[in-house]
Design a protein around this ligand. Structure first.
Ligand code: ZN
Ligand code: ZN
Length: 272
């Protein structure tokens, strides 16, 4: 599966997932022109887009969705809560409502949605699965990581996961107290510490690629996240590709393939 983070953070989020001729955008926080331009930088064409899948209705995730969907005549997949709290014109735009905590198919890709805890109507995180069984998880805008989300993201081959802020930078920074409280709350965003705690629990034998996403421009720094992750990976001895997603340019094109056969579930017969 090919994954390209095109933009990541509160100024816009968009992530390209492609496999077996199907391509989806998870979130569309950039307009059609900028999305097309960034896709060209990583060698992909927006005209090959099959659908847009939206995590939640916040502006940085949905701003470009309606325009892109109409221009390229593709559907937007979203929960009813997200749709009803968005400004999307349902008469003019093709929308497909999915239930949180369910799976649906878009072309050759399967999308597994799981409800997240965030100050939005019905937000979701996803595991995108290719025909060959490769699974890539994407989760951002999490107030905290509950057990359901952790279980959902376990066993992924690639993981794109929020590491929003450094707690000290946020506490001492210039944001008004009300906004600081919102970000730190259980319905806000993940601190680096909380994020790394979750990542540590998600480091499995399958994980090949780890990319930290949605870093705050004001209350975080790439070097802090990089140091924390390097320490964690050194300590655990995990040998994986590591990256930090950028806000104003594409972060590259990741090629994630299933690293090894999944161990059969208990009670499942091994086939020889
Ligand atoms: Zn966001
Ligand atoms: Zn949000």
């Amino acid at each position: 599966m090919l994954i390209a983070p095109l933009s990541s953070g509160s100024a816009g989020n968009a992530y390209w997932f492609e496999s077996d001729g199907t391509a989806i955008l998870v979130d569309a926080g950039l307009g059609p022109r900028e999305t097309k331009k960034r896709l060209e930088i990583v060698g992909r064409g927006i005209e090959n887009l099959t659908a847009i899948v939206v995590t939640h209705e916040h502006y940085d995730h949905i701003r470009g969705a309606e325009k892109i969907a109409r221009k390229y005549e593709i559907p937007i997949y979203l929960t009813r809560g997200t749709l009803e709290n968005s400004t999307i014109d349902r008469a003019e735009t093709k929308t497909v409502v999915f239930e949180n905590d369910s799976s649906f198919t878009i072309g050759e890709l399967q999308v597994h949605a799981r409800k997240t805890i965030h100050d939005a109507a019905d937000p979701a995180c996803f595991v995108v699965e290719a025909r060959d069984g490769t699974r890539v998880g994407i989760a951002s805008d999490l107030g905290y990581v509950n057990r359901e989300v952790l279980t959902h993201l376990t066993g992924c081959d690639g993981l794109f996961f929020e590491s929003n802020h450094d707690l000290d930078m946020l506490r001492l920074g210039t944001y008004p107290w009300s906004l600081k409280r919102r970000i730190m709350s259980r319905y806000g965003h993940l601190s680096n510490d909380d994020s790394l705690n979750a990542v540590q629990r998600l480091l499995g034998a399958e994980l090949k690629t780890l990319c930290m996403i949605h870093l705050s421009q004001k209350n975080n720094h790439e070097s802090i996240v990089r140091d924390m992750c390097t320490r964690l990976l050194n300590r655990t001895g995990a040998s994986i590709e590591f990256a930090i997603a950028k806000q104003f340019e594409p972060t590259g094109l990741f090629d994630v393939a299933r690293r090894r056969e999944r161990t059969p579930m208990p009670g499942q017969m091994a086939l020889f």
